[in-house]
Design a protein around this ligand. Structure first.
Ligand code: ATP
Ligand code: MG
Length: 349
């Protein structure tokens, strides 16, 4: 649904060049909620602004719903109109809502329809329908200043939906909101995604947002995407930084001669009593050093850091047992003079 190929953006200001995007290949499938996370300055906002051509990429292509927007932006006197037309199929939601304070809620939602040249009566009908969809039908005549932050963002979302977009872009839509309001806005985005088949690309710096609503995620660093995939894929990727951040598990070994293992559970394996089976089968005492369980996109996933008595060599068989159960097992550290990386490799066999 959204594809960028080798997208770069170089800003030039006062003789200095800043590479905000450095060869970004993004692939968002139709109907999914896709989260892009990364530190401040990683290039997230630049990426989302390049996706709807608010920002002109320095090179590379952006395709949305089969249409090459970069080509539209490029050629001929009519390109502007064609791009504007294509943009109506892309809704955008902003961190600070960007509502016009002098207009009522309804008039704010009607604004993009005015620009599209939709007649007055049809505009009114559509705006009220959208306000109903976001749960604000009774506030149509209010002004933005009379609304809470969460309500303002609902107006922002209704406005973004005015052109019947297939794609919704959201840049930190919830970061100005408190946790409870954040949850309700995320739920709304999830509902719209399901009800309207809307593809959502959202930028966030909060891992909780990814956990709550995203099907897929990418990590950006220094203008590049360093990791990407569906959430279950990421969780199944050994050494994935995103997986670690989604399910942080801490815990230090209680002493020498211990093997510390990070176990990731997905789907059906999450509900089986694997740890107690392990303990019984090999007659070993297992300590849980840290754990995080959660439901991601309706599936139970989790991570657990456990400690087995003895060195890695003594635990090859129990670790093999865990792998046989379909669990992903990463040996975190091992009290052994050999380098840890060697052990991890050995363990992976
Ligand atoms: N208009 C601009 N002119 C010059 N440099 C810019 C411009 N916009 C962004 N940059 C630079 O590009 C880099 C990426 O910025 P961007 O806003 O995309 O980061 P971000 O990941 O969205 O950060 P944040 O989480 O703080 O919003 C930064 O180094 C930033 O200073
Ligand atoms: Mg930003």
């Amino acid at each position: 649904m959204i594809t960028t190929k080798d997208l770069t953006k170089v800003y030039r200001s006062r003789g200095r060049e800043i590479t905000a995007l450095d060869g970004v290949d993004l692939h968002v499938r139709e109907g999914e909620v896709y989260g892009v996370v990364g530190r401040s300055g990683a290039g997230k906002s630049t990426l989302i602004r390049c996706v709807n051509l608010l920002e002109r990429p320095s090179s590379g292509t952006v395709t949305v719903d089969g249409q090459d927007l970069t080509a539209l932006a490029g050629r001929g006197p009519r390109a502007g109109a064609a791009l504007r037309q294509a943009r109506t199929r892309i809704g955008m939601v902003f961190q600070h809502f960007n509502l016009l304070s002098s207009r009522t809620v309804q008039d704010n939602v009607e604004l993009p329809l005015e620009i599209l040249g939709v007649s007055g009566r049809e505009r009114g009908r559509k705006a009220l329908e959208l306000l109903d969809l976001v749960g604000l039908a009774d506030r149509a005549r209010a002004y933005p200043a009379q609304l809470s932050g969460g309500q303002k963002q609902r107006v922002g979302i209704a406005r973004a939906l005015a052109g019947d977009p297939k794609v919704l872009l959201s840049d930190e839509a919830t970061s100005a909101l408190d946790p409870e309001t954040t949850r309700s806005i995320l739920q709304l985005l999830r509902d719209l995604n399901r009800q309207l088949g809307l593809t959502v690309l959202l930028i966030t710096h909060e891992m909780d947002v990814v956990k709550a609503v995203c099907d897929s995620a990418a990590l950006m660093k220094g203008g590049r995407i360093t990791e990407s995939g569906t959430v279950p894929e990421l969780l199944a990727t050994p050494g994935s930084e995103l997986a670690r951040e989604l399910f942080p598990v801490g815990g230090e070994p209680s002493g020498e001669d211990r093997t510390v293992v990070d176990v990731t559970f997905h789907g059906e394996a999450a509900t089986r009593p694997v740890i107690s089976q392990l303990s019984r089968t090999y007659n070993i005492d297992i300590s849980i050093l840290g754990a995080a369980m959660d439901t991601v996109a309706g599936r139970q996933v989790g991570r657990m850091r456990i400690e087995l008595p003895g060195r890695f060599e003594e635990n090859v068989v129990p670790i093999g047992f865990l792998r046989e159960q379909g669990l992903q097992v990463d040996v975190a550290t091992a009290a052994d003079p050999a380098p840890a990386t060697e052990l991890v490799k050995e363990g992976a066999k």
